[in-house]
Design a protein around this ligand. Structure first.
Ligand SMILES: [Zn+2]
Length: 356
């Protein structure tokens, strides 16, 4: 009698599970810190470095409390138990978080290698525990946050018929996780990355380049706007770029950061900062991101070309206060051609920015 399958029959799948279980226990013994008993109850969830709602989500997954379609179909509450997104197989919790093409895309972009492993696991608790034993607490927190966002995005898809594209899901999860880490005590000061709540001029003797990217209504034209100001808040230079290529918003923001940096370096400025409203891009440039993902090469370029500068920083500002760069980017995305006169509505924003 094979004890690892309810029917008592040997199957390759159950043998695989057993093997994974044994691997897991072995990994646990190696780490020494977490005993099997501790893992078997829910302590590992409560120790996770995430906000309470994400902990509750992990717990709901493990206690099979989530209303996935497969479960609703089994209880005769739903006729079709297939995944509402891909329709390809039954929507179990592991399908939703791991096996669905959508989830796979998210894991591939997340920078976490873990999503790609163990794709044959059907047991969500086992998958979580494997991730928990192999990652450090912060990394596991990011992993758990992505799982929460996958579930959030699934519900948005079902109930609101609106979709979150995988790259934005990853950047939302990164922002969310970092904001949480920052809010906790014990994070060193230099890792904190405050968001400016109004536009601030750079220190005397330095320049600040505000940047933004805008995607045209048709979706295949990207406008980038840069505006350079001195310590008095006076606009001393500006530039727009129009790129004819489809990019997701986060990639467009990363390209805007690269253009802003190149602009400053080409001008021969030795002390300047760039400032934008996409937190994941700013964190990527300042090395605060848990994983650099697909935009890593752009961040590396920025670091390379700024290594000789006397002072360089990437700063985050709330979208509401990045208006000057935003308006320029918008113009550029509509094919506006660069002229030597700053459009008057943008000149007005520049004046308002320093009058707070
Ligand atoms: Zn699916």
């Amino acid at each position: 009698m094979w004890h690892y399958e309810k029917s008592g029959c040997f199957t390759v799948k159950s043998a695989y599970h057993l093997q994974q279980n044994l691997k897991f226990l072995a990994a646990e013994e190696r780490t020494g810190g977490s005993s099997a008993r501790e893992i078997r109850n829910w302590n590992w969830i409560w120790k996770t470095c995430v906000p309470p709602k994400v902990k509750i989500f992990l717990w709901s997954c493990c206690s099979k409390a989530l209303p996935v379609c497969e479960r609703l179909q089994r209880r005769r509450l739903l006729e079709d138990g297939n995944c509402p997104r891909c329709g390809y197989e039954l929507e179990t919790i592991t399908h939703c978080l791991l096996k669905c093409a959508y989830a796979r895309q998210v894991w591939a972009l997340s920078g976490l290698p873990y999503g790609k492993y163990n794709c044959d696991l059907d047991d969500v608790e086992q998958w979580f525990k494997l991730a928990y034993t192999r990652m450090d607490l912060k990394e596991f927190g990011y992993f758990a946050t992505i799982c929460w966002w996958l579930w959030f995005s699934r519900n948005k898809w079902i109930w609101e018929k609106s979709d979150i594209m995988p790259p934005s899901l990853c950047s939302h999860a990164q922002d969310f996780h970092f904001r949480f880490l920052h809010s906790m005590a014990g994070i060193p000061k230099e890792v904190q990355h405050p968001t400016m709540l109004h536009w601030n001029p750079p220190p005397s003797g330095q320049l600040k380049i505000n940047m933004d990217a805008a995607v045209s209504r048709v979706g295949s034209v990207i406008g980038i706007g840069l505006i350079v100001r001195n310590w008095r808040g006076e606009c001393i230079d500006w530039k727009t770029y129009t790129l004819y290529q489809p990019l997701n918003p986060e990639s467009a923001e990363a390209i805007a950061a690269l253009k802003a940096t190149e602009f400053g370096v080409d001008k021969g400025w030795k002390k300047f900062s760039i400032e934008g409203d996409c937190l994941s891009v700013i964190q990527g440039i300042m090395n605060l991101s848990p994983s650099m993902g697909m935009l890593g090469p752009i961040f590396e370029d920025i670091k390379k070309i700024t290594s000789d500068l006397d002072s360089f920083q990437a700063l985050h500002i709330s979208r509401n206060f990045n208006n000057a760069a935003h308006s320029l980017a918008k113009l550029a995305s509509n094919g506006y051609v660069f002229t030597s006169v700053l459009p008057s509505d943008i000149a007005t924003i520049v004046t308002t920015d320093v009058s707070h």
